[in-house]
Design a protein around this ligand. Sequence first.
Ligand code: SF4
Length: 320
Amino acid sequence: MINKKHFLTEDLVSNQKPKWCIGCGNYSILKQVQEILPIIGVSKENIVFISGIGCSSRFPYYMNTFGFHGIHGRAPAIATGVKLANSKLNIWIITGDGDSLAIGGNHLIHLLRRNINLQLLLINNEIYGLTKGQHSPTTKIGKKNKIDKPFNTLTLVLGAGGSFVARSIDRDTEHLKKMLIRCYKHIGTSFLEIYQNCNIFNDGVFNHFTDKKTKYDNTIFLEHDKPLIFGKNYNKGILLDGLEPKIVSLEETTYSIQDLWIHNEKDRTKANILARFSDKNDFPYPFGVLFNEIIPCYDQLFEEKYKSNNENYTFDGFIL
Ligand code: SF4
């Protein structure tokens, strides 16, 4: 007899052919999501994908699950409503840098503040793809004549009270799968930034994180309770001088592994320092889980206070 929960990756492939450009990084992200869902043990009937607007927000069409292609920037609001109506649902928000950090910025920060129990994948290609290449809130200075400073996505999320903050990249499929599973396991809003190559309007913007010649110096993969080591042959480390990070060579005798910063996913202050590496010259970008803490979820509090007591439901002052 087939267990109701049991389904395969191919069962998650919808009858819609993706309309993404050939070579787009979204294909890899879609594939990894379809690969991890059958192994995490959630019932297919309980999975919902909710998106806003943008190339990545076409995601729900390509998943053979429940889904909702929402309006620009409003996926967090829709997902909040769905979760409060039925807390058993396993909700994945799919959004992009334009969708969530421009028009949807306000919705994003309040989702994080409330800590609704769901997963949010922010697919960041540092450009508006769907509307043909305008700069987005994460586009680097100089690209497309951009003169204003881009958002540091992870410091924004940490500042808004994010309870789980992580980063991965489309081309590192094993790491991406690992991060998706970590997101699922976290109770609260799991925020995963995924760097995605838009090969039409911003091609190669993340190549230095994946090219064999440059990736070892430009990336650091975090593991809880492990020292911060990077570089080819793991020849460099990072230590903290007070709250100031410093790159040191492990090839000389001055420093050893014992001197290095040990990553602690529970430390929000240090997670902020990690997230700021991207604002510093010569520092590697952190990948993995920067921060992870269990704090109350709005949906759980809502259930306890209103549903179980049969009181009128109120949501930020409104009677529902
Ligand atoms: Fe992907 Fe860019 Fe094409 Fe959009 S425009 S589908 S992000 S390659």
